[in-house]
Design a protein around this ligand. Structure first.
Ligand code: ATP
Length: 291
């Protein structure tokens, strides 16, 4: 069990914001921190990893105390046994993939883990390449492999896939799940991608203005109770065109533009850029495999 119970005054754009988080995460779970930009998600991960110091509170991991403002415990980041992956890969450009991984080894650590992570992340054929010759998805696989070299108990993923296109992102999600399970990690993900959160997480914490606003399973958090539709997708309105007596709303859903016929009353408050749900209530959606 990880218990994070901390307070820290942050400097938000509109003035001071108190980050006040009290969350418990069971060992082996994959949980997501979700919330608007500036809500305090990254700061929470930094405080857990020791890169940022809380003003007060405590952090316990299993039976170890990593931070306690009363007893003045504050373990150094390198003692906290955490793997951290960010959106930008932060690989050393002058080193090969293999050297990047070896650099992460701690003193006297066996090199066996390197061949293991190369294999699990399917990076063997790329091990002598420099990062600049790799695609975004490949770089992020290296970054993930590097985070695993020190055999962390906790994996922190700060929007690791948001710079990648949808196809690569779906593939990388499979790698994330695979390593999360194989290494029995407790993983904390920051993501804005609701599909990704559904696929990966056991539990979601919604952070707003520095505090946990709600928590639950992805279904509890994201299913819109007003619609009992058989299928629904979130999308973004691209344009609204009038065609005789109806309106045609073009909505971007993942990478596809879907045209929806709508009545005047439905488009009254709708503008390009709005986030919407596209759902079907009466008809069963059809399904077929795409190659
Ligand atoms: N070291 C710091 N000291 C004081 N304030 C900070 C510090 N780091 C970040 N902040 C401020 O705290 C607020 C929360 O930042 P944080 O990066 O945690 O948000 P976030 O939820 O991760 O947002 P995003 O989704 O945009 O990454 C921001 O307004 C930021 O400017």
């Amino acid at each position: 069990m990880i218990h994070i119970n901390i307070e820290k005054k942050l400097k938000a754009a509109q003035g001071d914001m108190l980050l006040n988080v009290d969350i418990k995460i069971k060992k082996g779970q994959l949980v997501t921190l979700y919330g608007e930009s500036g809500a305090g998600k990254t700061s929470t991960l930094k405080i857990l990893s020791g890169l940022l110091k809380a003003d007060k509170g405590n952090i316990t991991v299993g039976n170890k105390s990593w931070f306690n403002s009363d007893t003045k415990i504050n373990s150094a980041p390198q003692k906290r046994n955490i793997g951290y992956v960010f959106q930008d890969y932060a690989l050393f450009p002058h080193m090969t993939v293999l050297q990047n991984l070896e650099y992460a080894l701690v003193k006297n650590q066996s090199k066996d883990i390197i061949s293991e992570v190369l294999e699990i992340m399917e990076l063997g054929s790329l091990k002598d390449r420099k990062p600049e010759t790799l695609s975004g998805g490949q770089k992020q696989r290296v970054a993930l492999a590097r985070a695993l070299v020190q055999k962390p108990e906790i994996l922190l993923l700060d929007e690791p896939l948001s710079a990648l296109d949808i196809k690569i992102r779906l593939k990388l999600q499979d790698y994330l799940l695979k390593v999360h399970k194989k290494y029995n990690l407790t993983t904390i993900l920051i993501s804005h991608d609701i599909g990704e959160i559904h696929k990966l997480s056991d539990w979601v914490f919604v952070l707003k203005n520095g505090v946990i606003e709600k928590m639950g399973t992805p279904t509890e958090i994201f299913i819109n109770k007003k619609l009992s539709g058989k299928f629904k997708f979130k999308g973004e309105v691209l344009k609204i065109e009038k065609e005789e007596i109806v309106y045609v709303v073009s909505v971007l859903i993942f990478n596809d533009v879907v045209k929806i016929i709508a009545q005047e009353s439905e488009v009254k408050n709708l503008n390009p850029g709005d986030n919407v749900i596209v759902a079907s209530k009466a008809f069963n959606p059809i399904i077929y495999k795409i190659e």
